[in-house]
Design a protein around this ligand. Structure first.
Ligand code: 26V
Length: 824
C-alpha cells in the first residue's frame, strides 16, 4: 500500500485537521455550521479509524502468512466503554488531535463526551474481557475476541423517587464508527429439529441433524488498538440475520406473512444483553444466544485453520480457545459435532483435539450462578448436542477412578448430568472435562475451587486447575483516566510504566519525599474537583472536595454488602448528631452500581441508600460533615471519573464470595486506600501494598464458613450486643428514612434478623466500624495518608492485565508475541 493515501495515515496536526473537515462533509454529510457534537464525534472517530486500518491489515496478514497460533477469547460480554480517547492514546496522538480540533474551534473533551458508552457487559466479567483485549494487543499477542453485537447493551439506570427504573440503552442508534460490517462473513446456526442415524460411506454409524430452523450469524469487526499502535487485533461480534431460505411459491398470503414474521423474530437472538450477573434460570433465549455465538465463532475458527491445513491434527497447535465462564461451554459439544459429524474425524481423535484447544475460566462460586440447563431444553433446542454430551459423559465416567472404586456418590458429583429433580446438564463440569486447563481468578478463589465446587475433579485431575489472578489495563485505568497522576509519574520515571507497570516499583521511595507528596495530593485534588462537579451535575448534591471520598462502586448484590456500608453510614450520622461539639472529619459516601431488574432485595437496598441520603444531606445538625451520594447509571465512563478521585475503596464482600474483584485494583492503582475483607484479590493487594497501608477487617473465608456451618450464629444476639447497630436498625424499622412508608424496609430487616443474615452483615459490623474509624482518623494526618496512598499506587504493578495475559499465554495458551510486518 505504499501507493495508498499517505494523507489518510498522517499523524500530524494539519493532516488531521484536513481529514476532519473532509470527513465531516463527505462521510457524515454535514456542513461545519450545521454539525452537532455527535457529528463531530463521528467525524473524528472515522478519521482516527483511518489511521489504524493499514496497521490492522498488517497485523492480520502477518498472522496469516506466518500461520501463528492464535488465542480466541469467547465471551458473552465485552464491557468496552468509549473508544475515542483509548484509540488516540494508544496511537499516541491525543495532543495532535486536541490541537487539530482547536484549530477548527472545537474542544476534544466535548467531542469525546458525545461518544456513547459501549456496555456489552454486566460487570467484572465483561470488563475483564475488555482489559484482556487491550493487553493482548499491547503485548503483540495474536488474540481475537468473539462475542455478540447486542443491539441493546446493559440498561440505563435512572432513579424515580429513589427507586431504580430501567430504560433501554440504544448505543447503536446513531451508528457505530468503529465497526466494519462483514456481510460476506456469514455462518448458519441451527436450532430444534431431530437427529437421523445413517451409515456413512464405509458403513459406520453416523448422525445428521435435520428439520432444524436456521439463523445466520453475520460478523462485525472492531479493530483493537494496542499501545504504541503496532499490533491491531480484532474483536468479532456476531449479529443474528434471518435466512432467505423459504420458498415463496409455496405460500399463500397468510403463510407468507407468518413466515416473514418468523424470520424477523429470529433476529431477536442478538437483540439484548441479559442484565443479570448472577442468575438467569432456564431462559431459552439466553441459551440460544450462548449457542449462537459459540457455533459461529467455532465455524470461523475452523474455516481460518483450514486455509492452511487439510486435516485437524495441528488444530491444538494453532488455536487456543478460552471460555470466559461457562457461557460458551456448549462449544465443547459443538466442536465435537463439527469434527465428528461435519468433518468425519474419529471420536477419540476429536476429543483429544477438543481438549487440546479449550480452557475454561471460572468467575464465581455462587451456587445460583453455576449454569445447569435442563436436559429437556437441550433435547429440544440442540438434540444432537444432547446425544454428544451423553456420549462424553459415559466415556468419562467409565474411565474415572470413581467407577473403579464403585464410589457412587463421587460418580454422581462427577457426572455431567445432575440427576436430582428435573435433570440438568452441569455446564461447569462439561467445561472442566473438555479443557486442558481450568483457572480461577485470584489465589483464594482458585483454592476454594479446589476445595468446593471442583473438589472431585481436582482429585481426578490434580494438574488441571491453575490460578490466574485478574488484572486491569494501566492504559485506560491510569494513563487515560487519570492524566494528572499519569503525568506526575511520567515526570519522574518516564513513560515505560505504561507498558510495564512493574516500573512503578521505582517510585516507592518517593512516598517519603515531601515535594512528591504535595504533587500527588494536588493531582488527587484535581480529580476530586472533577468528580464533585460531575456529581453535582448528575445528582444535584454538592460535596466538600476536602472531605474523605469513601467509594463503593460495583453491581448491587447482597454478598457485596452495600447494606453494611449504609448501616455504618447511619451509625456515623448518629455519632455526629450526638456529639456536635467534636471536630469531625468530613466524609462523603459515594455509591454507584446497577441492580438486576428482578433482584428485589438489591433494588430495595438502592432505595434505602437514596432515602438515607435524603435525610442526611438535608440535616443541618451534621454541618455538612457527612454526605451520601448515589450516582445513577454507573458505567465504564463514570468509573473513569470516579476511580481517580477516591480516597477510600470499599471492598467489603463476605469473605469467600467475591471471586477476585477488579475495581479494587483500579482504586488502589489510583491511590485509594482499601478498607476490605480478606476476599478475592484483596488478599493479594494486601500482600503487595503491605499490612500498614490497607484496612483489613472481618471474618476470614474459613471463619465465615465455620460460623455458618456451626449453626450457633444468632444475628439477634449480635444486634443486641451492639447499641450502634441496634439503633441504626431501629431507625430503619420505625420509618425514620421512610416516613411515607415505615414498613418499606422490613424485608431487609427480616433477612438480617429472622432470615439468618446469610451474608454475615451483623457478624462483621463492629469490626468494620472500627476499621472505618481508623481510616477516618488517619485521613486527618494528611502527610501520613498521602504516604500510604503513594505506596498503594506504586505497589500495584503486578495487577496489570499485561501480567495476567502473559501468564495465560505462557501457561495455558502457548501463544507467542509477534510484531506485525509493515506494508506488503
Ligand atoms: C452469570 C450470568 C447468569 C445468566 C445471566 C447473565 C449472567 C452474566 C454473568 C454471569 C457470571 C457472573 C460472574 C462474574 O461476573 N464474576 C465476576 O468476575 C470478575 C472477573 O473475574 C471477578 O472480578 C468478580 O469477583 C466476579 O464476581
Amino acid at each position: 500500500y505504499r501507493t495508498r493515501d499517505i494523507e489518510r495515515r498522517s499523524l500530524d496536526v494539519d493532516a488531521l485537521k484536513r481529514s476532519f473537515l473532509e470527513w465531516l462533509v463527505y462521510s457524515v454529510g454535514k456542513d461545519a455550521r450545521a454539525a452537532t457534537r455527535r457529528d463531530w464525534f463521528h467525524t473524528v472517530a472515522l478519521a482516527v479509524r483511518d489511521r489504524v486500518v493499514d496497521r490492522w491489515m498488517d497485523t492480520t496478514r502477518t498472522y496469516y502468512t506466518h500461520d501463528v497460533k492464535r488465542v480466541y477469547y469467547l465471551s458473552l460480554e465485552f464491557l468496552i466503554g468509549r473508544l475515542l480517547t483509548n484509540s488516540l492514546a494508544n496511537l499516541g496522538i491525543i495532543d495532535e488531535c486536541r490541537q487539530a480540533l482547536d484549530r477548527i474551534g472545537l474542544s476534544l473533551d466535548e467531542v469525546v463526551d458525545a461518544e456513547p458508552d459501549a456496555a456489552l457487559g454486566n460487570g467484572g466479567l465483561g470488563r475483564l474481557a475488555a482489559c484482556f483485549l487491550d493487553s493482548m494487543a499491547s503485548r503483540n499477542l495474536p488474540g481475537y475476541g468473539y462475542g455478540i453485537r447486542y443491539e441493546f447493551g446493559l440498561f440505563e439506570q435512572r432513579f424515580e423517587h429513589g427507586w431504580q427504573v430501567e430504560y433501554p440503552e440504544q448505543w447503536l442508534q446513531f451508528g457505530n464508527p468503529w465497526e466494519f460490517a462483514r456481510p460476506e462473513v456469514l455462518y448458519p446456526v441451527q436450532f430444534y429439529g431431530r437427529v437421523e442415524e445413517f451409515r456413512d460411506s464405509v458403513g459406520e454409524r453416523a448422525y445428521r441433524w435435520v428439520d432444524s430452523e436456521r439463523v445466520l450469524a453475520m460478523a462485525y469487526d472492531t479493530p483493537v488498538v494496542g499501545f504504541g499502535g503496532k499490533t491491531i487485533n480484532t474483536l468479532r461480534l456476531w449479529a443474528a440475520r434471518a435466512t432467505r431460505d423459504f420458498n415463496f411459491g409455496h405460500f399463500n398470503e397468510g403463510a407468507y406473512m407468518k413466515a416473514v414474521e418468523q424470520k424477523i423474530l429470529s433476529e431477536n437472538l442478538s437483540r439484548v444483553l441479559y442484565p443479570n450477573d448472577a442468575t438467569e434460570t432456564g431462559k431459552e433465549l439466553r441459551f440460544k444466544q450462548e449457542y449462537f455465538f459459540t457455533s459461529a465463532s467455532l465455524q470461523d475458527i475452523l474455516r481460518r485453520y483450514l486455509q492452511h491445513h487439510s486435516d485437524f491434527d495441528q488444530l491444538p497447535n494453532k488455536a487456543a480457545i478460552q471460555l470466559n465462564d461457562t457461557h460458551p461451554a456448549i462449544g465443547i459439544a459443538e466442536m465435537m459435532r463439527l469434527l465428528v459429524d461435519q468433518h468425519a474425524v474419529k471420536w477419540d481423535k476429536a476429543w483429544e483435539i477438543t481438549q487440546g484447544c479449550f480452557s475454561y475460566t471460572n468467575h464465581t462460586l455462587l451456587p445460583e450462578a453455576l449454569e445447569a440447563w435442563p436436559v429437556r431444553l437441550l433435547e429440544r433446542v440442540l438434540p444432537r448436542h444432547m446425544q454428544i454430551i451423553y456420549e462424553i459423559n459415559a466415556k468419562f465416567l467409565n474411565r474415572s477412578s470413581a467407577r473403579a472404586a464403585h464410589d457412587n456418590a463421587r460418580l454422581s458429583h462427577l457426572s455431567l448430568i445432575d440427576e436430582r429433580g428435573d435433570r440438568r446438564v452441569r455446564m461447569g463440569n462439561l467445561a472442566f472435562i473438555g479443557s486442558h486447563k481450568v483457572n480461577g481468578v485470584s489465589a483464594l478463589h482458585t483454592e476454594l475451587m479446589k476445595q468446593t465446587v471442583f473438589a472431585d475433579f481436582h482429585a481426578e485431575f490434580p494438574d488441571r486447575i491453575v490460578n490466574k489472578t485478574n488484572g486491569i489495563t494501566p492504559r485506560r485505568w491510569l494513563h487515560q483516566a487519570n492524566r494528572p497522576l499519569s503525568d506526575l509519574i511520567t515526570s519522574r520515571i518516564g513513560e515505560g510504566w505504561i507498558h510495564d507497570l512493574s516500573a512503578l516499583d521505582a517510585l516507592k521511595p518517593k512516598a517519603d519525599d515531601v515535594v512528591f507528596r504535595e504533587e500527588f495530593r494536588r493531582a488527587k485534588r484535581k480529580n476530586k474537583k472533577r468528580l464533585a462537579a460531575y456529581l453535582a451535575r448528575q445528582t444535584g448534591v454538592e460535596i466538600n472536595v476536602d472531605s474523605l471520598f469513601d467509594v463503593q462502586v460495583k453491581r448491587i448484590h447482597e454478598y457485596k454488602r452495600q447494606l453494611m456500608n449504609i448501616l455504618q453510614t447511619i451509625a456515623l450520622y448518629n455519632d455526629m448528631r450526638d456529639s456536635p461539639t467534636v471536630t469531625w472529619t468530613p466524609v462523603t459516601k459515594i455509591f454507584a452500581g446497577k441492580a438486576a431488574p428482578a433482584y428485589h432485595m438489591a433494588k430495595l437496598i438502592i432505595k434505602l441508600i437514596n432515602d438515607v441520603g435524603k435525610v442526611v444531606n438535608h440535616d443541618p445538625s451534621v454541618h455538612d460533615n457527612l454526605k451520601v451520594v448515589f450516582l445513577p447509571n454507573y458505567n465504564v465512563t463514570a468509573a473513569e471519573i470516579i476511580m481517580p478521585a477516591a480516597d477510600l475503596s470499599e471492598q467489603i464482600s463476605t469473605a469467600g464470595m467475591e471471586a477476585s474483584g477488579t475495581g479494587n485494583m483500579k482504586l488502589a492503582l489510583n491511590g485509594a486506600l482499601t478498607i476490605g475483607t480478606l476476599d478475592g484479590a484483596n488478599v493479594e493487594i494486601k500482600d503487595a501494598v503491605g499490612d500498614d497501608n490497607i484496612f483489613i477487617f472481618g471474618l476470614t473465608a474459613e471463619e465465615a464458613n465455620s460460623l455458618r456451618q456451626g449453626g450457633a450464629y444468632n444475628p439477634r444476639d449480635v444486634i443486641g450486643a451492639n447499641p450502634a447497630l441496634k439503633r441504626a436498625l431501629d431507625m430503619i424499622s420505625t420509618g425514620v428514612f421512610s416516613p411515607d412508608d415505615p414498613s418499606r424496609y422490613h424485608p431487609i430487616l427480616q433477612s438480617l434478623i429472622d432470615g439468618g443474615d446469610h451474608f454475615l452483615v451483623t457478624a462483621d459490623f463492629e469490626d468494620y466500624c472500627t476499621a472505618h474509624d481508623d481510616a477516618v482518623a488517619l485521613y486527618r494526618d494528611t502527610e501520613e495518608w498521602t504516604r500510604k496512598a503513594i505506596l498503594n499506587t506504586t505497589s500495584m504493578g503486578w495487577f496489570s492485565s499485561d501480567r495476567t495475559v502473559g501468564e495465560y499465554a505462557d501457561e495455558i495458551w502457548g501463544v507467542k508475541p509477534i510484531i506485525p510486518d509493515e506494508g506488503d
